[in-house]
Ligand binder design. Structure first.
Ligand code: NI
Length: 171
């Protein structure tokens, strides 16, 4: 296993629609395991393959951040099949450093996909876990959480990101 570099906002890999995983090869298993390690090291609660530069439909979600093995979900070709309720909560993204904003998400979702053994998996998630699944599946469609904010909020965030990029360049 290895920790991979996390791609940041501005990279086109984050705005593309990712391809379905055609078969669970050794490369896919290695990618998934690296993503788990990268997620736990970050630390974060979810990571999608485009965030490590791979436009494939693969996500990892772990709201326990490595504390509870039962909370870790690795899903290939995930799809939300049920959405219920609504929740507003602050959200961030490992690809959008230092930005946190309130985003509306369903309170409960049912997600279907394949596990790494190739068997169908169905996960029921609520609250933070539901939010994480929605956020990560958005990544597979080239959508960042900031894209779900108002035009004004997006403008302010763009300005803030530009400023922090400029200050990173000047010592
Ligand atoms: Ni994200």
């Amino acid at each position: 296993m290895a920790i991979r570099d996390i791609v940041l906002i501005g990279d086109p890999v984050l705005t593309r629609t990712s391809e379905p995983v055609a078969g669970i090869t050794e490369d896919i298993v290695r990618l998934a395991r690296d993503m788990v390690e990268t997620l736990h090291a970050a630390p974060g609660v979810g990571l999608a393959a485009p965030q490590v530069g791979v436009n494939k439909r693969l996500i990892v979600v772990d709201v326990s951040v490595g504390e509870d093995p039962d909370a870790l979900h690795i899903l290939v070709n995930p799809e939300i099949v049920t959405r219920e309720g609504e929740a507003v909560c602050e959200e961030g993204c490992l690809s959008v450093p230092d930005i946190k904003e309130k985003v509306v998400r369903p309170y409960r979702v049912v997600v279907r996909g394949l596990g790494l053994e190739g068997r169908p998996v169905e996960v029921e998630a609520e609250d933070l876990a539901a939010r994480a699944f929605c956020h990560e599946i958005d990544h597979l469609d080239g959508i960042l959480f900031v894209d779900r904010l108002s035009a004004l909020k997006r403008k302010l965030i763009r300005r803030k990101l530009k400023k922090s990029a400029a200050s990173a360049k000047t010592p």
